[in-house]
Design a protein around this ligand. Structure first.
Ligand code: SAH
Length: 230
């Protein structure tokens, strides 16, 4: 009997019910009201069960437009922020995307749902290990997980069509600009005191850089080096 209850609870943890789907539709409505217009982004948010990325304690509130703790002092970004950055990236199918800050892997899955090939780096070993074991990611062969320092990027896999940074960057990391294709774009929240300004950097074909400025956000910091967690 006890085993049956435990199994039931475990199954529920990975169940995507009509209620969850309904809550996602409501979330998409909220995102539209806040100005997200890219249909591919809205479809990806509709498809991805965000409650799978959080502790089951958050199940009931997983579809509120808020960031949540995921352990190790880190957060799963607010859906609006994920949608905002994904929209600015202007993803096309099969594009190679470098993400800095895997965290819960929610942003990576949203990009993969949009047809991108995602290379994502996390500096915290515990978060990297838990994503390695995350069953949902087995459905996404187009996501590759790396444990490392995002300031270094992934020179072996460069160049990338797009780069997305999902932590507050103290500056635009030059190595990440180097690893962008000519014509490629980077979406990055850059520190300006207590909050960050979202920027989109375009690497022009002559190698020069164009910078566009967007709204203010609040991210956890982008830190140098790796953290082992032992
Ligand atoms: N994209 C994530 C958001 C995670 S929060 C999601 O969808 O849930 C930001 C993450 O960036 C944290 O997990 C933090 O550990 C990681 N991070 C911070 N600095 C980093 C760096 N230099 N390299 C790689 N990851 C970094």
């Amino acid at each position: 009997m006890a085993l049956a209850v435990i199994l039931h609870l475990l199954m529920r943890r990975f169940e995507d019910t009509y209620r969850h789907k309904g809550l996602r539709m409501q979330l998409v409505k909220v995102l539209k009201e806040k100005g997200i217009t890219d249909e591919k982004v809205l479809q990806a948010i509709t498809n991805v069960p965000r409650h799978y990325f959080m502790d089951s304690a958050f199940d009931k509130i997983a579809y509120e437009d808020r960031a949540f703790p995921i352990g190790e002092g880190q957060t799963i970004s607010q859906p609006y922020t994920v949608a905002y950055q994904s929209q600015l990236l202007e993803i096309k199918p099969y594009e190679k995307i470098l993400e800095i800050g895997t965290g819960s892997a929610y942003q990576a899955v949203v990009l993969a749902e949009m047809g991108a090939q995602v290379f994502t780096i996390e500096r915290q070993k515990k978060l990297f290990d838990s994503n390695k074991a995350f069953h949902l990611l087995k459905n996404y062969p187009n996501i590759k997980l790396f444990y490392g320092d995002g300031f270094e990027g992934l020179p072996t896999y460069a160049p990338f069509d797009k780069v997305i940074i999902t932590a507050a960057a103290p500056f635009v990391p030059p190595k990440l600009v180097d690893q962008l294709k000519a014509g490629g774009k980077m979406v990055i929240p850059v520190d300006e005191g207590s909050h960050q300004r979202m920027k989109r950097i375009t690497k022009n074909t002559d190698g020069s850089i164009t910078e566009e400025l967007f709204d203010y956000f609040s991210f956890v910091p982008m830190l140098g080096g790796k953290q082992n967690g032992n």
